[in-house]
Design a protein around this ligand. Structure first.
Ligand SMILES: [Zn+2]
Length: 117
């Protein structure tokens, strides 16, 4: 399950960026996950929740925005939405296509809040 290592690296990245402070905690981490990234979102959430409990991100909530796949036909240059890799161009039926969006996974932002105690 490669979601475990992805969750691990998300947590490490945010820990490196977040100010190390006793008065502040990370409340949300926002991600963009491409539909064609081969990441299981449920598995990623599950892994994140398990790993975070032992870290300074233990209160962080994961917010995931799914990015729809988008491809360009190399034959007719048409752009079209794509949900799986083996999809032909809807205009000319060519399989000679290039994925332009939807394979990425990135951390968009995170928020911190002040501890009340
Ligand atoms: Zn085409």
């Amino acid at each position: 399950m490669h979601e475990v290592s992805i969750a691990n690296s998300i947590i490490e990245t945010v820990q490196n960026l977040a100010p190390a402070s006793e008065n502040e905690y990370v409340s949300t981490v926002q991600l963009k996950v491409g539909q064609l990234s081969s990441i299981e979102i449920d598995a990623l959430r599950f892994s994140f929740d398990i790993i975070k409990s032992k870290t300074s991100l233990n209160k962080a909530e994961l917010i995931i925005e799914v990015i729809e796949g988008k491809a360009q036909c190399i034959n007719c240059h048409e752009f079209f939405p794509i949900h799986s890799f083996a999809t032909p161009c809807p205009t000319c039926n060519s399989y000679h296509i290039k994925i332009v969006e939807g394979k990425e996974m990135k951390i968009v932002s995170f928020e911190t809040e002040i501890n009340n105690k």
